[in-house]
Write a protein that binds this ligand. Structure first.
Ligand code: C2E
Ligand code: CA
Ligand code: CA
Length: 405
């Protein structure tokens, strides 16, 4: 039976929740009157809590600060926020919990509805995205060897034309097939690659491998390709020549490649970034502003870079159908992109509702788990073969591959 901690400054709220939990057969319940009380109980270590219910507005230590302390202690149990605050406040706290890689079951409005509570406890928890990385277990020498040995490989995630359903291109996303740790995602090693000066070498290798893969796939299909560029690479004046020569070796026209750069990447060394990006454009490549809306670049600076595409960050797309703030930012970004004459791509399209919004807002292309998660070359070839393309209302029925020319 789980050991539960209910953190709330209002006795009546604690009593109500405790009664609901007892009715569900959960009897090992402790109470704390605010964040500080909860933290002291946690640190005392008398009980290892499996589940914490936490209110937000409390004296001495509020729920937001408490969440940070949980993160710093790498709390492994589940967390459920209960509060009477509006959606935006609750969303921010949820984001914070995820940034600390906490196992957040959800955010429950008060008074707590027992059915909703049961559903939240039963649903699988999306793993926190951020900080619980095995980075300290990996060093740069190991990464260098991994890159040399070809363990860092391209995965592919398709982009689909929202209006007609045609598969347009693939984004190349790095994965490390680590011999001991298994499949590692980019959040677990890109930062290390950047810090240790290996990112440009890694990117070139990925670009070469992905170009070869595209050539094999292209035996029956013509797809474009998007590649992520880090800010470090945008300081390397030999980058453009290397990329052009890799493309030439595989017979890939640069006009079929788009390089994705984040706003912060542009800001790091604006002059050098501007030079390299402009030269990539001269070679025919496209340029995308990645994660649009999440960085701190000024509009003025962004406007001076010859971008061809704007990618709306998945943070605004996910749940845009049900979240008014996300929906507004999403729509505003699409309109801005169109006015600037850019191709607008939505990433993180994970539900039919989000796909329907893409259609409603006139997004050019969509990418996301509804269409396909990033997969290796073999699975991507299978996915391409499975595209039905028979019209229909759902996204999956809609998608097709252009006939070879
Ligand atoms: P990004 O460029 O924003 O890439 C999109 C991320 O969104 C990918 O995460 C992708 O798996 C994820 N995604 C796509 N659709 C969905 C969805 O429907 N739901 C959810 N929850 N997520 C979705 P991934 O592959 O983990 O990559 C994370 C980031 O790592 C990338 O974000 C990119 O910034 C960086 N990255 C990946 N490969 C490279 C690389 O070769 N070079 C550089 N510099 N950065 C890379
Ligand atoms: Ca990207
Ligand atoms: Ca993104």
């Amino acid at each position: 039976m789980p050991q539960i901690l209910v953190v709330d400054d209002e006795a009546i709220s604690r009593q109500f929740l405790t009664a609901v939990l007892r009715q569900m057969g959960m009897n090992k319940i402790s109470e704390a009157v605010d964040g500080l009380d909860a933290l002291m109980q946690l640190d005392a270590g008398d009980r290892a809590f499996d589940l914490i219910f936490c209110d937000l507005d409390m004296p001495r230590m509020d729920g937001v600060e408490f969440v940070r302390h949980l993160g710093e202690r790498a709390y492994q149990g589940k967390l459920l926020i209960t509060s009477g605050f509006d959606e935006r406040v609750l969303d921010s706290v949820a984001d914070l919990a995820r940034m600390y890689a906490l196992r957040l079951c959800g955010v429950l409005p008060k008074p707590v509805d027992p059915e909703q509570l049961l559903a939240m406890l039963a649903a699988p928890i999306a793993a926190g995205e951020a900080l619980c990385l095995p980075m300290e277990r990996i060093n740069s020498e190991e990464l260098r060897l991994g890159i040399d040995r070809g363990e860092v490989v391209p995965f592919f995630q398709p982009q689909v034309d929202v209006a007609c359903g045609r598969v347009l291109s693939v984004e190349v996303l790095a994965r490390w097939l680590h011999p001991q740790l298994g499949l590692l995602g980019p959040l677990q090693f890109i930062e290390l690659a950047e810090q240790s000066g290996l990112i440009t070498q890694m990117t070139k290798r990925l670009f070469a491998d992905a170009s070869q893969a595209l050539k094999r796939l292209d035996a029956w299909k013509r797809l474009d390709m998007s590649v992520n560029l880090s800010m470090q690479s945008l300081k390397d004046s030999s980058l453009v020549a290397s990329l052009v020569s890799i493309a030439r070796e595989t017979g890939l026209e640069m006009s079929r490649v788009t390089f994705e750069v984040t706003e912060s990447g542009v800001m790091a060394d604006p002059a050098s970034a501007l030079e390299i990006m402009t030269r990539l454009r001269l070679k025919g490549a496209g340029l995308a502003i990645d994660d649009f809306g999440t960085g701190f670049a000024s509009m003025d600076r962004l406007a001076r870079i010859p971008f061809t595409e704007l990618k709306i960050d998945k943070g605004f797309v996910i749940d845009a159908a049900g979240n008014a703030t996300n929906r507004s930012i999403f729509l505003g970004s699409v309109e801005l992109g169109h006015r600037l004459g850019l191709k607008v791509v939505a990433e993180g399209v994970a539900s039919e509702a989000e796909w329907a919004l893409c259609r409603e807002f006139g997004v050019s292309a969509a990418q996301g788990s509804l269409i396909s998660p990033p997969v290796d070359e073999a699975s991507f070839a299978e996915w391409l073969a499975s595209c039905a393309g028979g019209g229909g209302q759902s996204a999956r029925d809609w998608i097709f591959i252009a006939t070879p020319t």
